[in-house]
Design a protein around this ligand. Structure first.
Ligand SMILES: Nc1ncnc2c1ncn2[C@@H]1O[C@H](COP(=O)(O)OP(=O)(O)O)[C@@H](O)[C@H]1O
Ligand SMILES: [Mg+2]
Length: 330
């Protein structure tokens, strides 16, 4: 049991897109805690609401998107109450971020050095010379060879892996309390992905890094996160210790995801791969939203509370009526 208050506490967060064609409930009542020095992994198919959740946590959700309900507490602060000026003191500085495309972390017109120095001078009040020195140290820390030379380059001159490393260096140079990464390895080749995982592990150990990692790559989450949340149709359908969620998954959706990931390091259960596609998030659905794709679905799955998380073990919750207290139903 961790007796310290969580660094990040999200409760009943709801975010949607309000379009002319209707409302899309992309994040629909998500709750989780993250403790200092821990990593929480969020997995799910494309369209399950992961990026909308990330943008909501960073105060970056733009129209037609909007956070509509819930609370985001970070280091004791209610982030939903911040104005844009206050957000600028938190985003990048207290909460670092890395996105899928490493190039999006940099301005293509400026060198890495110019951008890193500007960030360090603005956020930490460093002189040009100290900022340059710190930028060099940050790049060396994330294993960039010849940081002096790299600082003179533009993002497009680097390989994807190098660029993502530099993005991590930039994010970490500001000593954030929390790092949020949305699909940090999705655009990398196999080798660069492995190197990035190694680097996250090392940074976690060295800096006691707290991190939210969003990915559809269960192998990455399996190697890094203490806790795993599985997201489907805007909701968390399974949450628990990673070794339990990925090792002995209880929700049929988690089992399906595992079966779709042949390279996963943890042994998946031998079940047929999932068929069908996620539901449209614009429709109000009664009962379990996964039921139309679930081979075990029955009449109980249509009840109002069927898609609510319920405890199956200590710290392990599953939104499936068939998983309550039993291992053998599927
Ligand atoms: N700008 C937008 N306008 C309308 N709908 C959007 C927008 N961005 C995302 N969505 C919808 O929100 C849902 C969740 O998307 P997203 O958060 O990107 O999921 P993920 O990151 O898990 O792939 C999807 O149905 C997607 O189509
Ligand atoms: Mg996404």
């Amino acid at each position: 049991m961790n007796t310290h208050p969580p660094l990040l506490s999200v409760s009943n967060l709801k975010s949607g897109y309000f379009t002319r064609h209707g409302t899309i409930s992309a994040v629909d009542g998500v709750s989780f805690d993250l403790h200092r020095g821990h990593m929480v992994g969020i997995v799910g198919e494309s369209g399950s609401g992961k990026s909308t959740l990330a943008l909501s946590l960073l105060g970056l959700l733009e129209r037609p998107g909007r956070v509509v309900e819930g609370e985001i507490r970070f280091a004791g602060k209610n982030l939903r109450a911040l104005n844009e000026k206050e957000w600028r003191a938190v985003r990048g500085r207290r909460i670092g971020m890395i996105f899928q495309s490493p190039e999006s972390s940099f301005n293509p017109l400026a060198t890495l050095g110019q951008q890193m120095c500007e960030a360090l001078m603005t956020h930490q009040g460093l002189s040009q010379a100290s900022a340059r020195e710190k930028a060099e140290r940050a790049l060396a820390m994330v294993g960039m060879p010849q940081p002096k030379e790299i600082l003179k380059s533009h993002a497009f001159e680097l390989s994807g892996g190098m660029c993502q490393r530099a993005a991590l260096g930039l994010a970490l140079s500001l000593n954030p309390a929390l790092l949020l990464a949305d699909e940090p390895t999705a655009s990398l080749d196999v080798l660069a992905r492995e190197e990035m995982i190694g680097l996250f592990k090392e940074m976690k150990k060295r800096l006691n890094l707290s991190m939210v990692i969003i990915s559809h790559d269960l192998g990455l989450i399996g190697k890094l996160a203490e806790r795993t949340l599985v997201m489907y149709a805007g909701k968390i359908v399974e949450a628990g210790p990673t070794w339990q969620v990925l090792g002995t998954p209880r929700h049929p959706y988690t089992r399906g995801l595992l079966a779709c990931q042949p390279c996963l390091d943890l042994e998946p259960q031998p079940i047929p791969a999932m068929t069908g596609v996620p539901p449209s998030l614009g429709k109000q659905v009664t009962g379990c939203r996964f039921a139309p794709r679930c081979r075990w679905a029955g009449s109980r799955c249509m009840s109002d509370d069927a898609f609510q998380l319920r405890p199956v073990l200590a710290n392990h919750h599953v939104a499936c009526v068939k998983s309550e207290g039993r291992d053998d139903v599927f």
